[in-house]
Write a protein that binds this ligand. Structure first.
Ligand code: NAP
Length: 498
């Protein structure tokens, strides 16, 4: 017999663990978390490449409801973020609720019972009245679409699945990609490898990273007076919030960011030709801003070279660029990003009347307030459609989602509802507004990025300030939903009105 839980959480990364903590605090005790790996941590467990660290300060890239006065640096390394998540799991007694090694490969809603069934690759089924989908926006890495990829006979490593056994010393190494992962990897690789060639397709905007070890005095102060740490977090929050006026919309301040980026480039790169190669030609903010103080210096080391000729094909020996040069390589590092699920989870999600989320989202994902989708009741998406920030900490947005999901779930359980389904017209009007507002943002200014589908539909970013997003998520309107309760005496559905 399969037991029916009140809540199933899919994914034990930062978000899934945060959801468990918040739900437990709200009295939702009957919950289970399924995690496909054998450890918690999500993206921070998977991305262990040398130099992996968060490019948002840790005081802000953390939950406000989980105290950690001892972050070692302004921008903490991935391993420390993972440790923090492990500590959260133990401090809030979440570990015993996690089922490791369980990968969901299908979700279906049983309308009559008001229950979701999750199929898993191991064959085990989970049933739950509500589901929190917390598998993250970037769970799966992506090999690029490059001709002859499989013909290459040397060693291949993807940034998101680092091979710690590979010895780089004396090796000829290529790094393909110059995004957020690559700018962290390259400075570390040049210290280890014989020679590093960095294959760039599009130069990005790079701003200096003002990293430093947290002084012991500050750690002590944060531990003794938590309000001081909260104050520091608030200062960082508002600093980032202001930057939206330069990064989310193209304003005179965007020009200032461009000048800052160019000044950083000018200060760190003296060779005019290299500077030209590294100068971006798109509006700052359109792609994710890069934050690094050691990427440009690394490119100028004697054992490093930037290649900006397009890659024509891979060959058994390495990479052939369109200038006809064959680059012989021992190892290629693919810092080419992720298979972003802009069209939904990579498994079938079946809603009311057998509707398919993949079909409905084939042109790009759409949801109500990024969290609920009409026809898929009792399902709460974390980091869902149009919830991505371009200027602030993702976890600030996640906190808004967690509180909203807790409101929805406790309402559903408290009122003993069979289901809570957002009205189609409410969702449609919401998305019309979102897409109208997105049209005015830098993300739609013409560059190519993983924020957009192949057709240029923006299913990922929230077009506003974090403050606006949080206000939207604080406002749970029962009237936006079709709320259906099953009268256990008569067996007849009752529609509950706001
Ligand atoms: P990414 O931003 O998608 O960058 C991929 C890079 O690979 C780009 O430079 C891209 O060039 C290049 N590329 C892709 N396919 C290629 C091909 N066929 N030929 C040549 N070049 C190719 O991936 P990422 O750097 O892994 O970062 C992904 C996201 O992860 C980030 O936006 C961020 O949200 C997150 N991240 C966060 C942190 C952090 O510190 N918080 C660190 C790393 C990553 P084009 O630009 O021309 O497409």
């Amino acid at each position: 017999m399969t037991t029916t839980h009140d809540t199933l959480i899919v994914g034990a990364g930062f978000t899934g663990i945060g959801a468990a903590i918040k739900l437990l605090r709200a009295g939702v005790d009957d919950l289970v978390i399924v995690e496909r790996s054998d450890r918690v941590g999500g993206t921070w467990r998977d991305n262990t490449y040398p130099g992996a660290a968060c490019d948002i300060p840790s005081l802000l890239y953390s939950f406000s409801f989980v105290r950690n006065p001892s972050w070692s640096r302004a921008y903490s390394p991935a391993a420390e973020i993972c440790e923090h998540i492990e500590t959260m799991v133990d401090d809030f007694d979440v570990r015993r609720r996690i089922r490791f090694g369980v990968e969901v490969n299908g979700l279906a809603f049983d309308e009559a019972a008001g229950v979701w069934t999750a199929d898993t690759t191991a064959g085990e089924q989970f049933r739950a009245r509500t589901v929190v989908l917390a598998s993250g926006p970037l769970p799966d890495h992506k090999w690029p679409d490059i001709r002859g990829l499989d013909s290459y006979e040397g060693h291949k490593i993807h940034s998101a699945r680092w091979d710690h056994d590979y010895d780089f010393s004396g090796k000829r190494v290529a790094v393909i990609g110059t995004g957020a992962s690559a700018v962290q990897i390259v400075p570390e690789l040049v210290k280890q490898a014989g020679f590093v060639k960095v294959f760039q397709r599009t130069p990005g905007w790079v701003l200096p990273r003002l990293d430093m070890a947290t002084p012991a005095g500050a750690q002590n102060l944060f531990a003794k007076i938590p309000a001081v740490q909260q104050l520091a977090r608030q200062a960082l929050f508002w600093g980032h919030e202001v930057s939206a006026t330069a990064l989310v919309w193209d304003t005179p301040l965007t020009g200032l960011v461009a000048r800052l980026g160019k000044a950083h480039l000018h200060r760190q790169v003296k060779d005019p030709w290299l500077r030209r190669q590294l100068t971006p030609d798109f509006t700052p903010g359109c792609k994710r801003m890069l934050v690094s103080s050691d990427y440009y210096p690394a490119l100028q080391q004697d054992n490093c070279k930037l290649i900006d000729w397009p890659i024509a094909t891979m060959s058994p020996a390495g990479i052939r660029t369109s200038d006809g040069v064959e680059h012989h390589l021992d190892c290629i590092v693919f810092a080419t990003g992720f298979d972003v699920h802009l069209t939904g989870p990579p498994y079938p999600v079946t809603g009311i009347g057998g509707r398919s989320l993949a079909d409905e989202w084939s042109g790009g994902a759409q949801a109500y307030k990024s969290i609920n989708v009409h026809g898929y009741p009792n399902l709460f998406l974390m980091t869902g459609p149009n919830s991505g920030p371009g200027h602030n900490s993702l976890l600030v947005y996640v906190e808004g989602q967690l509180d909203y999901a807790v409101r929805g779930i406790t309402t559903l359980l408290g009122e003993n509802l069979r289901y809570l389904d957002v009205h189609a017209d409410v969702q449609r009007r919401f998305n019309q507004r979102i897409q109208r507002r997105l049209g005015k943002t830098t993300w739609m200014s013409g560059c190519s990025s993983w924020y957009l589908t192949a057709d240029g539909f923006n299913a990922s970013m929230y077009p506003g300030f974090a403050t606006q997003y949080l206000r939207q998520m604080r406002d749970f309107r029962f009237g936006d939903y079709d709320a259906v309760a099953l009268d256990t005496h008569t067996g007849v559905d009752t529609r509950i009105r706001a």
